[in-house]
Structure formats: structure tokens, C-alpha cells
Design a binder for this molecule. Structure first.
Ligand code: SAM
Length: 287
């Protein structure tokens, strides 16, 4: 199958995105690829079978999970070398994004096979799209470490990051994760808690980090399911221009006549001439 559609091409690996909950969120092209490939390499064949059954797709499934990824990569590379077409799918969303699959893709590429992405659902993109944050720049951070000390260390490294940050989190760690985000990043930043996206109990809640823990505690259901957290980046450190200019002016006034000191301070600080003139008069008056 070319980028435009048709029948799956021999010796080609298709990396196919599948739904992140709602089985309707599969693209027409994904179904076409899944129907036409020789083999579907799936993270969990039972989960993929449900999707295939729902859409009336019959396919030959093989398993590619975290624990057999190396061997599976060899199997898939062998199939491709034998001229077979293969679709790679994970349990949910886009393979290779916090999912097994990268090894399979790497092996296929290394052997010179064509790899074709078939894009679709992704939990990070879904959360970002509904967050209302301006996502000019964002950093996908995936899962934070499960151990508290390590998690705080990683968050410490991210504390100065200016871009939006996207985290995946499991229900049993969501409370601690949010508490650590608040402790390390400070409570003033906003967070979007996106829970059970595309599913029956989908919940999106945006608040300051300092209020997020209380919101999660407010109802047991709010801590259940799958989570994406979108967190604002570090605020720009705004230099206090007037404070800087005052120091500059003070120094210059000690050496130069007032008019010259003001003219030079304007050049050095980029400050407003009238404001600096007024400030200079005040400083002179204080002496
Ligand atoms: N490959 C997937 C993607 O494209 O988003 C991510 C797979 S990763 C193993 C699973 C994690 O993604 C979950 O623990 C959760 O953090 C996030 N996730 C997946 N589906 C989700 C959903 N429906 N709602 C919220 N988060 C979800």
C-alpha cells in the first residue's frame, strides 16, 4: 500500500495507530492496511483481536510485547525479507510512543525495508489538543520514574524547562506524581489532568498545581483509569528593569553630570528617557 491507499506492498512495515479507548477512533486507512497486510504484529493479540472483530477485519496475528521485542524484531525482519507485508500495532495509540515497537521499526530500517507510518490516535496529542495551553513548544516526557526519589530528581531537572510538558501516569501513582510536580515546580503553574480520554468516564480538569491534589482527593473516581498530565513550562524570569536601571543610574550619577548620566543610562538599559530623568532627579534629591 502506498501513501495514497491500495494493497499493502511487499517487504513493507506499516506502523499503524489504533484507538486509545474508543474503538471508533481508527482511521479508514488503518483498517485498509490491517485488512491487506500479510501479518499483524501486535503488543497483545487479544486486545488487537477485539479491534479487528469490531471492524470485521480478519488477520494473521503475531505477538510483539516488551519481553520478546528483540526476538519479535528478528521475526518481523525475517518476514519483511521474505517479501511479506507487516502491520505493527500496540495496545493503544501510536506504536513506539511509550510503547514497544521501536526495536521492530529499528530492525526493519536497519535491514533497508520501507517503513510507512499510518498516523492516528495518541493520548499526548489528544490531551494537548483539548488543554487550551498554547502548544507552540511541548516536551513529551512519557512516564516518570516510579520511585519517589528518582521521580523528584527527574522533575528537578525539568524545573527550568520553558516548554509545556506532557506526562503519562498510572492511576496508583497519580496522587504522588501530582504532589511531586507541585513540590518541585511550585503550585502556581497550571496543569491539565486528562483522564480516560475518549472513554465513557473521560474527564478533563485544568487547575493550578496547588489545587490538583485536592481535586484528585475530591472523588475516588478521579484517581481511576489512565492519565495524561499537561503542565505549563517555567515562567520567563522577568528582569526588574527599573531596579536594574536604578543601579546603573546611581553609578553614572556618581561620575557624570545628570543629563549625561541619563543619556548613557538610556543607552545602557533601553529604559524610557523621561522616566530615567525623573528617577535621576529623585536620586540627586536624596543625596
Ligand atoms: N502509545 C500510546 C499513545 O500513543 O498515547 C501510549 C501507550 S502507554 C503504554 C499507556 C499510557 O498512555 C497510559 O498509562 C496513559 O498514561 C496514557 N494513555 C493511553 N490511553 C489513554 C487514555 N485513553 N486516556 C488517558 N491516558 C491515556
Amino acid at each position: 500500500m502506498s501513501a495514497g491507499g491500495g494493497t499493502a506492498l511487499p517487504g513493507t512495515l506499516y506502523v499503524v495507530a489504533t484507538p486509545i479507548g474508543n474503538l471508533g477512533d481508527v482511521t479508514l486507512r488503518a483498517l485498509e492496511v490491517l485488512r491487506s497486510v500479510d501479518v499483524i504484529a501486535a503488543e497483545d493479540t487479544r486486545i488487537t483481536s477485539k479491534l479487528l472483530n469490531r471492524h470485521g477485519v480478519a488477520g494473521r496475528l503475531i505477538a510483539v510485547h516488551e519481553h520478546n521485542e528483540r526476538r519479535a524484531a528478528e521475526t518481523v525482519a525475517g518476514l519483511l525479507a521474505g517479501g511479506k507485508s507487516v502491520a505493527l500495532v500496540s495496545d493503544a495509540g501510536t506504536p513506539g510512543i511509550a510503547d514497544p515497537g521501536a526495536r521492530v521499526v529499528a530492525a526493519a530500517r536497519a535491514a533497508g525495508h520501507v517503513v510507512v507510518p499510518v498516523p492516528g490516535a495518541n493520548a499526548a496529542a489528544a490531551a494537548l489538543s483539548a488543554s487550551g495551553f498554547e502548544a507552540g513548544r511541548f516536551l513529551f516526557c512519557g512516564f516518570l520514574p516510579s520511585r519517589a526519589a528518582e521521580r523528584r530528581r527527574v522533575l528537578g531537572e525539568l524545573a527550568g524547562e520553558r516548554a509545556l510538558m506532557v506526562f503519562y501516569e498510572a492511576p496508583h501513582r497519580i496522587k504522588d506524581c501530582v504532589a511531586d510536580l507541585c513540590a518541585v515546580f511550585g503550585g502556581a503553574r497550571e496543569v491539565l489532568i486528562a483522564r480516560e480520554l475518549t472513554k465513557l468516564h473521560e474527564t478533563l480538569h485544568r487547575c493550578r498545581l496547588e489545587a490538583a491534589g485536592e481535586w484528585l482527593q475530591g472523588d475516588d473516581h478521579r484517581r481511576r483509569g489512565e492519565f495524561v498530565l499537561v503542565v505549563e513550562g517555567a515562567p520567563e524570569i522577568v528582569q526588574d528593569a527599573s531596579a536594574g536601571a536604578e543601579d546603573v543610574l546611581k553609578t553614572l550619577l556618581g561620575e557624570l553630570p545628570l543629563k549625561q548620566a541619563v543619556a548613557l543610562a538610556v543607552k545602557l538599559t533601553g529604559g524610557n528617557r523621561n522616566e530615567l530623568y525623573g528617577l535621576a532627579l529623585k536620586l540627586k534629591g536624596e543625596n
